[in-house]
Design a binder for this molecule. Structure first.
Ligand code: FES
Length: 142
């Protein structure tokens, strides 16, 4: 299995690892098949995602994709954040081996779950955002 330099870089030195006090939104998503769990925190101010952090009990690809996803989402507004799909994250990492694609879905879903939590807390509706799943095992659209 071959990993790109960028994947290795984000795996060895992941960005935005940690927790956040008083986040605007938190999302936790797991994948029952591999047993991995991802938690994403976002800090939103005036509709802009100021900061994002993640904690994971996950594989190297999950770490690398969450590192990249949290980097990409910072400074974006909510609608732009929704455009950061697992495909966008994978492209930014110069690809992932096919058997590891689902790991990037964990990052995307956890980010969406954090946005959903933010929307719930603020009684807003984020257009195009679907209610997150707790377990991505049965997601077939990725
Ligand atoms: Fe489970 Fe990568 S093997 S997220």
């Amino acid at each position: 299995m071959e990993y790109s330099n960028k994947v290795m870089e984000h795996f060895m030195n992941p960005k935005n690892v940690g927790e956040m006090e008083n986040p605007s939104g938190v999302g936790i998503v797991g994948n029952a098949k591999c047993g991995d769990i991802m938690k994403v925190y976002i800090d939103v101010e005036n509709g802009i995602i100021k900061d994002a952090k993640f904690k994971t009990f996950g594989c190297g690809a999950a770490i690398a994709t969450s590192s990249m996803a949290t980097e990409l989402v910072k400074g974006k507004n909510i609608q732009q954040a929704l455009e950061i799909t697992n495909k966008v994250v994978m492209e930014a990492l110069d690809g992932l081996p096919p058997v590891k694609v689902h790991c990037s879905c964990l990052a995307e879903e956890a980010l969406h779950a954090a946005l959903w939590d933010y929307a719930q807390k603020n009684h807003i509706v984020i257009e195009g955002l679907k209610k997150p799943v707790e377990d991505i095992e049965h997601l077939h659209n990725h």
